[in-house]
Structures are given as C-alpha cells and as structure tokens.
Ligand binder design. Structure first.
Ligand SMILES: Cc1cc2nc3c(=O)[nH]c(=O)nc-3n(C[C@H](O)[C@H](O)[C@H](O)COP(=O)(O)OP(=O)(O)OC[C@H]3O[C@@H](n4cnc5c(N)ncnc54)[C@H](O)[C@@H]3O)c2cc1C
Length: 474
C-alpha cells in the first residue's frame, strides 16, 4: 500500500457518494486528511452592501458540515473543520500531517477560482501539488461535443447536441472505509455567532419545505420525491406551482452545496424510468438539470461578464433615476403589487422562492422598475438557500436580456402571470395575510377597488398595504 497522505479539500462537494476526490484519495494513499474551511470572505459584505451569505444559508451550510463529519466518522474517518482562508489553513495542515498531495474539485466563478489559484501558489512553495478534479456537473467537461469556447450561447442548440452526442458518466462508488492519520484533530464546527450572525433564523411553517442541510437529508428528499411520493411522475405539470413541497423537486439547496450529486439524481431518474414509468416529466427533470450544467459551462466560457451590467451582450438595460428607492421597495416586499410582494416575503422569510416566482420578481425589477439587475442578483446571493454563482447570475443575466435568452425583448406581464399561476390568490393570501379579506378576483389588484370598498374590508392602501409603486398598465 502507498505510504502517501492525501488531503481532501471539501468545498461545494459536501458528500461521500459520487465523490471522486474522496474515493481517489482513499485508493491512492495510506492516510486521508479531509478538510473543510469556513472562509471568512464567504461571510463578508459585498460591494452592493448585501451579505455574501445570509443566516438561512449559513445555517444550512453548518448543518451540511455536521452531516459530512458524521458520515466520515461512520467510515472510520473524520473531518478537520477550520475557520480561516484555505490558503492560510491548508499549508499548515500539509506540514502538520506530512501531506504529499491535495485534491479538490474545480469551481467556475472567479472568486472561487482565485482561491484555488492562491492555494496552488502557496502549496507550490512547499512543493506540493494541488490536483484539480471535475465533479459538479452532469456532463463531464471532457465529454462535451465542443470545446468550452464553442458552446452555443443558445441553450436549445447546446441541449440537442449534448443529448445526441454525449453521455453521463456512471457515479463513483462510496468508499467503505477511510483511514486518517493517528491523532488527527478535527477542530470545532463554528456556530452562527462565530461567523458573525447575531440571531438564529426561525423556520416559517408557510415555507415550501423545512430544508435541513446535509447529504443525508438531500438523499432522503430524493428518495421521497421519486419513490415514496412519485412526485417526479407529474413534475412537468406541477413544476410551475408555488405552494408546498412537492410541486418541484426542491433538490436545489443540496445540489448547490454538493450534498447531492446531479449525476446521482440523473441515474436515479433512469432507475425510476426503468422500474416505474418513463414519461415527459421524468425527462423534464433531467432537462432542468441540464440548465444547471449550461450556466456553469457558460461561466467558463464568458467568465466575469456575468457580473457586469451589460453581460456578454454588451448593452446594459435602461435604469430609472430613482432606482435606489424602487429597489428598497422591491427588496422589502413593499411594491404594492401583491404577486411580487408575496414572493419577496417568501424569499426573505424562508430563503426559497419557486422558479415561477424568481422569473417574475426578476423581470419586474429589471423590466418594470428599471433597476440595475446586478443589485437583484446580489440580493438573491444573500438570501437564497440554494444560491450558486452560475445559476444565480446566469439566470439574472438571462432575465435582464444580457445573457443567454435568444429572444430580444422578453417581458413578463406580472398581472397575467399572477392570474395564471395563482388564479384563486391562494399564494398571495398565504404570504400577505393583510389582503385575506379580498375576493379571489380582487387579490392581485387591490387598487381597483374604491376606498370605501377597501375600508369595508379593513384595508387601507398606503397604510395596511402599500399603494402600487408603478402603474403596471404602462
Ligand atoms: C433570477 C433567478 C435566479 C436563480 N438563482 C438560482 C440559484 O442561485 N441557485 C439555483 O440552484 N437555482 C437558481 N435559479 C433556478 C431555479 O429557479 C431553481 O433552481 C429552482 O427553482 C429550484 O427549485 P427545485 O430544486 O425544486 O427545482 P426543480 O424544478 O425541481 O429543478 C431541478 C433542478 O434543476 C436545476 N434547475 C432548474 N431550473 C434551473 C434554472 N433555470 N437554472 C439553473 N438550474 C436550474 C436546479 O438544480 C434544480 O434543483 C434561479 C432562477 C432565476 C429565474
């Protein structure tokens, strides 16, 4: 057996299933040193004055680390947890445990790749190699039918070619045992207060789901959605829902931190198709997973353009003079447009919002309010429990018309969408109980009622609920 010690640097791959770096380290070494760093930069304030990580996602992350540590312990291993920058922490551990190589999964967004580059530099000084693996996407970069620079900027062209010419690789097996150096000191998992948070987020029972971090919970959700509830069987027809756990998979928070591998999900879909049913819905879930891949590959292709106002189209959308004031209304769920406010309240209270909701609030901010879309994306970065750079900034750029949307001027009619996707106003009433008394056909446009009609229902626009900040008909 090799005498090597390999350090496995966990980042957004917080799992033991389908994890190539872990399996490879176990196979190639005598000892494995699994490490996770809570990087203080992840808890900073951004240039947009938003937090890089809000409380809800921070808690989800802490729980995911606890679960990973437990899983490694069950295999005879453990997880070293440190609060510090990886480029400071890793060289210390390399020296302490006489590590001969460090493994990690490659990221795509610039902040993450810069950290990898810095780690590579400091390790290089110690004559230690940082080995890069690819492990976040469904399709392996090397199996794509085109080099990254030639990936089409239109999703449909990408999808058709991928589906015809590429295959998803099988998953890596889970190691049966992990050997760590004798006396390895795991360190302590920080609490929220150690990361600078002064309150613990409370769960809101109206939330789509009570998300709990970690691979165990992620896998449990996957088995439930496929095998217990058969939710996947109707996914294509329910995915535009807005209330409850099962209108969509809700895999995103676990996929974002790598608690669930998208490849594992893909092969479970294939198994379900073989054993239960194969239909347009089972296909559609892998179709959506392909969107996730697509934005990651787009990030590799266009890089930091996704963080710029003009995106990769080169022309920034128009901005209103009072955009700062409009943005404050939007982010605080006080636009006076119930469908928008209900969605923003769900986001603020739970860290989650449906895909339908995300498309509407984003389009409303950019196309109706004419606010800088980067502010919206940064707020989502803070609030979303499933935030991931490529999916967030990629989708925002798409909605803002500076990314991958081939249509020149797509504009959601927010009222039409509200009536279509919340016809009885159930969703709006769930999140805006102050509008409970309104009838189904009034709840999306309270301003259409006279002040005496509203008074009879104990509603006063501008007092119990805001007046609309813009006239939508315009
Ligand atoms: C403005 C905006 C911002 C978004 N920001 C994020 C984000 O930060 N993180 C994130 O994971 N998703 C983001 N999405 C995509 C999508 O809304 C969520 O992935 C989805 O709502 C999560 O719920 P689900 O897991 O039940 O999805 P399902 O409908 O069950 O889909 C299954 C999986 O497919 C992937 N997926 C689905 N739709 C998309 C999409 N449009 N783009 C990329 N991947 C997709 C996700 O991994 C998702 O978990 C954003 C969409 C918009 C419009």
């Amino acid at each position: 057996m090799s005498e090597k010690t390999i350090l496995v640097w966990f980042r957004k791959d917080l799992r033991i299933h389908d994890n190539e770096i872990l399996l490879e380290a176990v196979r190639k070494s005598k000892y494995v040193v699994p490490v996770y760093c809570f990087d203080p930069r992840q808890f900073d304030t951004t240039i947009y004055q938003t937090k890089k990580t809000g409380e809800i996602r921070a808690k989800f992350l802490i729980d995911s680390i606890k679960d990973l540590q437990l899983s490694l312990q069950k295999l005879g291993g453990d997880l070293i947890v440190k609060l510090g920058k990886p480029e400071d922490v890793l060289p210390e551990l390399v020296k302490k445990y006489q590590v001969s190589e460090v493994y990690h999964h490659r990221e795509v967004a610039s902040e993450e790749t810069r950290v990898s580059a810095d780690v590579e530099t400091v390790l290089w000084r110690l004559k230690i190699n940082l080995k890069h693996f690819i492990g976040h996407t469904l399709y392996h970069k090397e199996d794509l039918p085109f080099p990254i620079k030639d990936i089409p900027d239109v999703f449909t062209s990408f999808r058709k070619k991928i589906e015809r010419d590429s295959n998803v690789r099988p998953c890596f097996e889970t190691p049966s045992q992990i050997q760590i150096p004798p006396g390895m000191e795991p360190g302590t998992i920080p609490e929220l207060k150690d990361l600078g948070y002064d309150f613990i987020p409370q769960s809101d029972k109206r939330g789509a789901m009570q998300f709990a971090g970690g691979e165990t919970e992620g896998l449990k959700r996957m088995y439930y959605y496929f095998w217990d509830s058969d939710g996947i069987k109707n996914y294509k027809h329910t995915r535009n829902g807005m209330i409850g756990a099962d209108y969509s998979s809700k895999f995103s928070p676990w996929l974002s931190l790598g608690c669930l591998s998208s490849r594992e999900v893909y092969w479970e879909i294939k198994k379900y198709e073989k054993e239960r049913v194969s239909n347009d819905s089972t296909y559609w879930l892998s179709f959506e997973l392909l969107w996730r891949d697509y934005f990651r590959f787009m990030f590799k292709k266009h890089g930091n353009k996704f963080f710029q106002k003009a995106g990769f189209k080169g022309v920034a959308p128009e901005e209103a003079e009072n955009q700062q004031e409009l943005f404050e209304h939007w982010k605080n769920a006080k636009t006076g447009i119930p469908f928008i406010d209900a969605n923003m309240r769900e986001l603020n209270n739970t860290g989650f919002m449906s895909n339908r909701g995300r498309q509407n609030v984003a389009s409303f901010l950019v196309k109706d309010l004419k606010v800088n879309w980067l502010w919206g994306a940064a707020l989502f970065e803070e609030k979303l429990i499933d935030y991931c750079p490529a999916s967030d900034w990629g989708n925002w750029a798409y909605v803002a018309g500076v990314g991958n949307d081939p249509k020149e001027y797509r504009h959601f009619n927010v009222l039409k969408q509200a009536h279509e996707y919340d016809p009885q106003g159930e969703y709006v009433r769930l999140w805006l109980p102050e509008l409970n008394a309104l009838a189904d056909n009034q709840v999306h446009q309270p301003w259409k009622l006279s002040s005496s009609e509203l008074k009879a229902l104990n509603i006063e626009l501008g007092n119990t609920y805001p007046k609309p900040i813009i006239e939508l008909a315009k």
